[in-house]
Write a protein that binds this ligand. Structure first.
Ligand code: PBG
Length: 330
């Protein structure tokens, strides 16, 4: 007899698979995933990205095939990023407002072929500028706020006119959500959403992404005058509060895993949809661990994605989206 043992044994509900399933507090499904895709010039082109093993840039025709794949897997939304050819980059990033830029071509082609998939578009000038910054740079190299916001409003309108469903400003300028919202309303885009990259940190985890959009070699300095200091959490709540007050429909925390505390705090402080971006450096870390024989990719991908749900996310942007959707048995 073990009379001294407590009546309550937490292992009891873990003893059988059916019971573990029954007691699961959180669940991950393909509907929780947003798949970021990189677009490149040309026809029938796939360019593997060395810094992101398993991820490629696709020409517009082949992006359409990825959209069909996503729809078949039950992935509800794609996030699009262009790798602008160098001749089209400039100091002021004017290619961002060209209605025939790579982004707009991809938006129209996907909307035409796969009308039911959501399309999220990044608002920031870095894929279009010769200095690699998200905004306009003055003579001292400082990214100016208000003139940048004017450009971002035009960029957002250009995306909405060509079929974007979700405008996602990733630039961290002050006041841009409110001005984008009112410009969208004025043009009648009342159902185009804004997912604000509200708490976006100046992070070492964006390196492979900058390779993917071709801005790494161009970037002068760093982004610490506009992206947040990794030391700060209260400031993230202020950023989220402002973006919501200005009309954001949902907010994002970025990067993902190193900032799960921020996700949990945001979810607790504001009862709104919160998303996280498991960024390029996080993807590269998992793939490097797998390549080194140190990890089981499938298990690690599903565990990290579930941790976002547990922290309070409605969904996650991840380059592992198609793999995860397949594993989840779509
Ligand atoms: C651009 C932007 C970045 C990412 C998304 N949008 C890079 C940056 O701010 O330098 C990073 C995404 C990733 O690393 O996967 N404003």
């Amino acid at each position: 007899m073990h009379a001294a043992y407590p009546a309550l044994r937490l292992r009891r509900t873990r003893a059988a698979a059916w019971s573990r399933r029954l007691h699961a507090e959180n669940v991950l499904t393909p509907a929780d995933l947003i798949w970021p895709l990189f677009i490149t010039e040309g026809h029938d082109v796939e360019e593997p990205i060395a810094a992101l093993p398993g991820v490629s840039r696709w020409s517009v025709d082949r992006i359409v095939a990825r959209a069909k794949e996503a729809a078949a897997l039950g992935i509800p939304c794609l996030a699009l990023f262009p790798n602008t050819q160098s001749g089209r980059r400039s100091d002021d990033g004017a290619e961002a407002i060209n209605p025939d830029n790579l982004m707009c071509q991809a938006l129209r082609a996907i909307k035409d072929a796969v009308p039911d998939i959501g399309l999220l578009t990044d608002v920031a000038l870095d894929p279009y500028t010769t200095h690699g910054h998200d905004g306009l740079v003055d003579a001292r190299g400082y990214v100016t706020n208000d003139s940048t916001v004017d450009a971002l409003v035009q960029q957002a309108l250009n995306q909405a006119r060509n079929g974007s469903d979700v405008i996602a400003p990733s630039d961290m300028m002050d006041g841009r959500v409110g001005l984008i919202r009112s410009a969208l309303e004025q043009e009648g885009f009342v159902n185009v959403q804004i997912m604000a990259y509200a708490a976006k940190y100046a992070s070492a985890f964006y390196g492979p992404f900058r390779d993917a959009v071709g801005s790494r070699g161009l970037l002068k300095g760093d982004k610490t005058t506009y992206q947040m200091d990794p030391a700060n959490a209260e400031e993230a709540l202020r950023e989220v509060g402002l973006d919501l007050a200005e009309g954001a429909d949902s907010v994002m925390v970025k990067p993902g895993l190193p900032y799960l505390d921020i996700v949990a705090k945001v979810k607790q402080a504001f009862v709104v949809p919160v998303f996280a971006y498991q960024v390029s450096g996080e993807y590269a870390m998992i793939e490097a661990a797998v390549a080194a024989g140190a990890a089981d990719r499938d298990a690690m991908v599903l565990e990290t994605l579930l941790s976002f749900k547990r922290a309070g996310c409605s969904g996650v942007l991840t380059y592992h989206a198609p793999l995860a959707a397949r594993l989840l048995g779509a």
